[in-house]
Design a protein around this ligand. Structure first.
Ligand code: ZN
Ligand code: ZN
Length: 768
């Protein structure tokens, strides 16, 4: 699978998928995609159930779902697939290559980009039908487990269980075509993409590379293309302890202060610690008391502490599990201070030669003394906000050169433990200029799209795949060239190429004789989004790290979304970070004792909230009046999609959050309300199936259900136990559980629990 960029220092050789279809090459002219399994007598259900051996059917799988899919999908646009384009020789063996696949994707976009004509009339249903067969078959086969792979196969990248290797190639092809389709069908509003399971074999490759599946889950990496790419990263080399992790949670970066060891710059170093602040000598505290930010520099002998005032400084951002922390003293080994000073100086090459650029690092600049510590924490946002630059140190980046492809730099950043921690969210977000330290150089990630585009501009890639424009180019190829030539600065500089593109085009009477702006736009836009999944995934996730939220309740959805799935060794810190991100002074939160009381203080400091917060199915606070509040915003299973819904904000009162504009149903009072499973109720004009998300732990006396969306299909909802009414307008309900509601239409022959009364949506609910 070589349409992907290659990661540097891969932990295994490139995956070589054997070419098995020599004998079936011509069969596509005889069979259609749909009929292929029955034509060759293979029972697909038996294969998917595991009743037939996957490896024995590797050839079938490749003929049907790899080559068959290519021929069927591209055939809808009358593109002829030359099987030779997808086969290469590796040593004595024939293998699959996808190196020329991008060429076909370009042609596909061009073939379907006909002015005044829309693809969805005839071609789209055929493509979708084919991809949905590939998707459902591959998703079922993905669950089939793979045994251990021999050392020999691992080292050669070849000789893996053939069915599993072919299946992986099918998944990667299917996902890419599915992505590309969204770009081809450009005129349709956001098309729903299929979801592609990653196969057991793919997961095996990840684990062999040292990946913790829990960490990938927390990183939210689920796209097969990206999982496949990162499976060549060497994660064993990071030497993190994943023994306590599960497939869902990674605890490798959680630290235990009691046994925490500060690390030296090299494993064998035993240099002395330099103490910056201690009893009887408190330069950091003095600066903090003056209302400033303490910054330090190290001349190799001693640490100079100064006040930031107008002195530009670099704020360091790191994860403690890498060893740069110190829970016992405000000190660091001399070798580390030297190293950091060197890296910080390198960020400012124009400085006076012998001068040191000052920096801020929490380990030595946040005093351990409780009261001054609070002052430093309250000033944390300002510390990162005022820094000239923020430099991220993460051990997982230190083995990679800054000179590798931009795709890789972005994906390495995405996979850092740094992106998984609570505190680093604000550190990255507040930074004026954010740098990541790689082995040989620090990189400003914001500069990477430009670098990427430079190497991957459409015209560059086009020339790479089609060669320079020439008379033998097909009409489609010529259209692609002409479209790109009409706008590309770089191409225009190359007069011969431009002229030749236009001249060649004029000899093709079937090409529209207009400037093809539509095609240019599609090629340019799809280019990164659809055809380069690794770059796209890396860049979009980086952008989220830099997204500056607004303040107050309107920013809460973004903050919650950004915190989801992050972890902190001290969960109590969450509320401090949320407060900082929402521009709320964390003073009172710092004085509260535990997570619950801190969350209460945080909530009490705001009046308005996104009303949909009540529907997010996560563990909630157990306090009266606060049951609508999640215990934590970091729960990675939280779905905050509805929070961005426009409309009236929820109003906080001492009894709970007051919300309106929701559908709600009241159950009869004498009803024994089921506390688990699923049941059907009759409303005014329709039947609804209500399904509990969890078993209710309390008995509900006066049940009602509030829905997030009108019950057209399936909606999220909550169960409340009503305990008071105010003039029939505000109903007070205790939040007791989550349900989903499905509208069944006006006919239902099965059992019905009861009739429910629908309330007007203008009713206000106070959920507490
Ligand atoms: Zn782990
Ligand atoms: Zn040392």
């Amino acid at each position: 699978m070589d349409h992907f960029p290659r990661a540097s220092n891969p932990v295994r050789p490139r995956l070589q998928v054997p070419f098995l279809c020599e004998k079936v090459k011509s069969s596509y002219e005889v069979f259609t995609f749909k009929d292929y399994p029955s034509s060759v007598g293979v029972n697909v259900s038996a294969l998917c159930n595991g009743d037939l051996s996957l490896d024995d059917h590797a050839t079938f799988l490749q003929a049907w779902l790899f080559f068959g899919t290519l021929v069927e999908v591209l055939g809808t646009a009358d593109l002829k697939v030359d099987i030779e384009d997808f086969v290469a020789k590796s040593g004595d063996e024939w293998i699959i290559t996808t190196e020329r696949l991008p060429k076909y994707l370009w042609m596909w976009v061009a073939a379907e980009c006909v002015p005044g004509w829309v693809i969805d009339s005839e071609h789209l249903p055929r493509v979708k039908e084919c991809l949905s067969v590939v998707n459902s078959t591959a998703n079922q086969l993905a669950k089939i487990s793979v045994g251990a792979v021999s050392e020999e196969a691992w080292n050669a990248g070849f000789g893996y269980p053939p069915g599993h290797a072919v299946l992986l190639s099918v998944i990667l092809l299917g996902e890419l075509l599915d992505n590309a389709l969204a770009g081809v069908v450009f005129s349709l509003p956001r098309m729903k993409m299929l979801s592609w399971e990653y196969s057991q074999f793919g997961k095996y490759l990840l684990q062999r590379a040292g990946w913790c599946l829990g960490e990938l889950d927390m990183l939210g990496i689920i796209e097969p293309a990206v999982l496949f790419y990162v499976s060549s990263f060497d994660r064993v080399a990071l030497k993190k302890d994943h023994s306590k992790c599960s497939d869902k949670v990674c605890l490798a970066n959680q630290i235990d202060e009691k046994v925490y060891q500060t690390k030296h710059a090299t494993e064998t170093c035993i240099c002395e610690h330099i103490i910056v602040e201690e009893e009887g000598n408190r330069p950091i505290t003095e600066v903090l008391h003056k209302g400033d930010i303490p910054i330090i520099s190290f001349d190799g002998e001693k640490v100079l502490v100064q006040s930031s005032n107008s002195t530009p400084y670099v704020a360091m951002s790191h994860v403690w599990s890498d060893g740069l922390g110190n829970p016992r003293t405000n000190s660091l080994p001399k070798c580390q201070l030297e190293r950091i000073q060197r890296l910080v100086n390198a960020l400012h090459p124009d400085r006076e030669p012998a001068s040191q650029v000052p920096f801020w690092l929490d380990t030595v600049c946040v005093p351990l003394h409780a009261e001054t510590r609070k002052t430093a924490i309250r000033r944390m946002a300002k510390t990162y906000d005022s820094a000239a630059r923020v430099l991220v140190l993460d051990v997982s980046l230190s083995g990679t050169s800054a000179g590798v492809l931009a795709d890789e730099l972005l994906m390495r950043i995405r996979c850092t433990p740094w992106t998984q921690r609570l505190w680093t969210l604000q550190e990255g977000m507040l930074a004026e200029e954010l740098y990541f330290q790689f082995r040989d150089k620090a990189i400003a990630a914001e500069s990477l799209p430009e670098i990427w585009y430079e190497a991957n501009s459409p015209i560059k890639l086009c020339t790479k795949h089609f060669g320079r424009p020439h008379v033998d180019n097909s009409p489609l190829e010529t259209r692609v060239f002409r479209a790109l030539a009409s706008d590309s600065d770089e191409f225009l500089k190359d007069e011969i190429a431009t002229e030749s593109a236009f001249e060649t085009l004029s000899r093709h009477p079937d090409c529209p004789n207009i400037l093809d702006h539509t095609l240019l736009y599609r090629l340019d836009t799809n280019h990164s989004a659809s055809f380069h999944p690794v770059y796209f995934a890396g860049w979009t996730s980086f952008q989220k790290l830099r997204y500056r939220f607004g303040v107050g309740h309107s920013a809460l959805p973004s903050v919650a979304g950004a915190l989801r799935g992050r972890l902190s060794s001290k969960m109590d810190d969450e509320t401090i970070c949320v407060a900082t991100l929402l521009d709320i002074d964390p003073l009172h939160i710092l004085s509260a004792k535990n997570q619950t009381s801190r969350m209460k203080v945080l909530i009490d400091s705001m009046d308005d909230f996104p009303p949909s917060l009540i529907f997010t199915d996560v563990p909630r606070m157990g306090l009266d009046g606060y049951r609508w509040v999640p215990e934590s915003f970091m729960d990675k299973n939280a779905n905050y999609a509805g929070l961005l819904r426009a409309g009236k904000p929820g109003r906080r009162t001492k009894d709970g959050l007051v919300v309106s504009n929701y559908f709600s149903y009241i159950f009869p009072e004498d009803l024994a309300f089921p506390n688990a499973g699923s049941f059907v109720v009759k409303g005014w004009e329709s039947y609804y199936r209500i399904t509990h998300a969890h078993v209710l732990t309390v008995q509900v006396a006066r049940p009602a259900v509030i829905l997030e969306q009108p019950p057209a299909t399936v909606s999220r909802g909550i169960v409340v136990d009503m305990w008071r009414e105010d003039d029939g307008v505000v109903k007070f309900g205790r939040h007791v559980g989550h349900v989903s509601i499905e509208a069944l239409g006006d006919k239902w022959a099965g059992e019905v629990l009861c009739e429910v009364v629908k309330l007007p949506i203008s009713y206000e609910w106070c959920v507490g």
